[in-house]
Design a protein around this ligand. Structure first.
Ligand code: NAD
Ligand code: UDP
Length: 315
């Protein structure tokens, strides 16, 4: 076991559990701080068996104390599904702002490297396509997505402020739509919705006319990219980590039906307010500076995800 000790907020979540597992693979100690807002303690069963793992139920928007040395602080805590935006907007703003402040304070006190899980939502409904990190975005601060988008933008500003004012070693990863085994069936995002609907023989609910686009990243690729950002020498500028293969939501629904062999139909539902019309990462920076690019084809990643959801529905 090395002297490395990472504190990971949101480490009980879909992406967090994969990140924690990879850090434990390195022989690091890992302390997860999570209030289980969008996760469940049972999902930590495998991690709890592993040496070096510790879980603390903690709302990171509230003051927090961690004893001993800490080498890395990763701030992943935040509800991330648009279905949560109308019901818990205040908690979302708080974890992106107060939570980020608390986690930065922890990193500063411990002299630790800090990594922020930011999002492609900082680009809002983008007017530049695909989106490079240099694009400042097109976000509605007062719309229903504002609680998430603006708190993540504030989180990035907070990280840069700590870097400039205190010389804190900060990292920012802008995560694009990520999917894979381990997502909650009732998460509300498009992959669990469509796969769950197809497997149950229910209609797939396409919002709007389905012409909006997204680019889907398999979770293993995302985690590899995040850790490459964490490990990279002095670089505090954001990195887009996502798969630049773009698809319309309607094409995506048809693909899921074909892949699952489902007889489900497609139905159209109203488009949520401010739903971004297009989203695709420019990953030139990650390719050049990290030597990172996605390795898992959509077809393969979706096949693994469908198998996972098939089991989850049977259970
Ligand atoms: P998730 O909902 O599965 O995980 C988030 C975790 O944060 C959960 O375990 C939840 O309980 C915890 N949490 C929420 N509020 C908290 C608080 N106040 N204190 C402590 N813990 C809290 O979501 P995910 O998809 O794993 O997302 C992880 C991170 O990645 C989030 O910051 C999200 O914004 C970001 N992200 C994810 C995606 C994606 O496609 N999955 C895309 C962009 C950004
Ligand atoms: N979407 C859809 N049907 C669903 C869920 C989502 O058509 O049942 C659409 C949604 O309107 C958006 C895209 O799929 O255009 C991705 O939605 P998701 O909630 O996964 O994440 P977002 O990228 O909007 O944050």
């Amino acid at each position: 076991m090395t002297a490395d000790h990472a504190v990971v907020s949101g480490g009980a979540g879909f992406i967090g559990r994969r990140v924690v597992s990879s850090l434990l693979d390195r022989g690091w100690r890992v302390t997860v701080l999570d209030n289980l807002f969008t996760s469940r303690t049972e999902l930590l069963a495998d991690l709890r068996e592993r040496p070096g793992f510790e879980f603390r139920e903690q709302d990171v928007s509230r003051p927090l104390v961690v004893g001993g040395d800490v080498s890395h602080v990763l701030h992943l805590a935040s509800p991330a599904s648009p279905i949560d935006f109308p019901s818990i907007p205040i908690q979302i703003v708080k974890v992106g702002t107060l939570g980020t402040h608390n986690m930065l304070g922890l990193a500063l006190a411990k002299g630790a490297r800090f990594l922020l899980a930011s999002t492609s939502e900082v680009y809002g409904d983008p007017l530049v396509h695909p989106q490079p990190e240099s694009y400042w975005g097109n976000v509605n601060p007062i719309g229903p997505r504002g609680c998430y988008d603006e708190s993540k933008r504030c989180a990035e500003a907070f990280a840069m402020a700590y870097n400039r004012a205190h010389g804190l070693d900060t990292r920012i990863v802008r995560i694009f739509n990520t999917y894979g085994p381990g997502m909650r069936l009732d998460d509300g995002r498009v992959v669990p919705n469509f796969v769950g609907q197809a497997l149950r023989g229910e209609p797939l609910t396409v919002y709007g006319d389905g012409s909006q686009t997204r680019s889907f990243t398999y979770v293993d690729d995302l985690v590899a990219g995040m850790l490459a950002v964490l490990d990279r020498g002095d670089d505090h500028q954001p990195f887009n980590i996502g798969n630049p293969v773009e698809t319309t939501v309607l094409e995506f629904a048809r693909r899921i039906i074909a892949l699952t062999g489902s007889k489900s139909e497609i139905v159209f539902r109203p488009l949520p307010v401010d739903d971004p019309k297009q989203r695709c990462p420019d990953i030139g920076r990650a390719r050049m500076l990290l030597g990172w690019e996605p390795a898992v084809q959509l077809e393969d990643g979706l096949a693994r995800t469908v198998e996972y959801f098939r089991e989850a529905i049977r259970a």
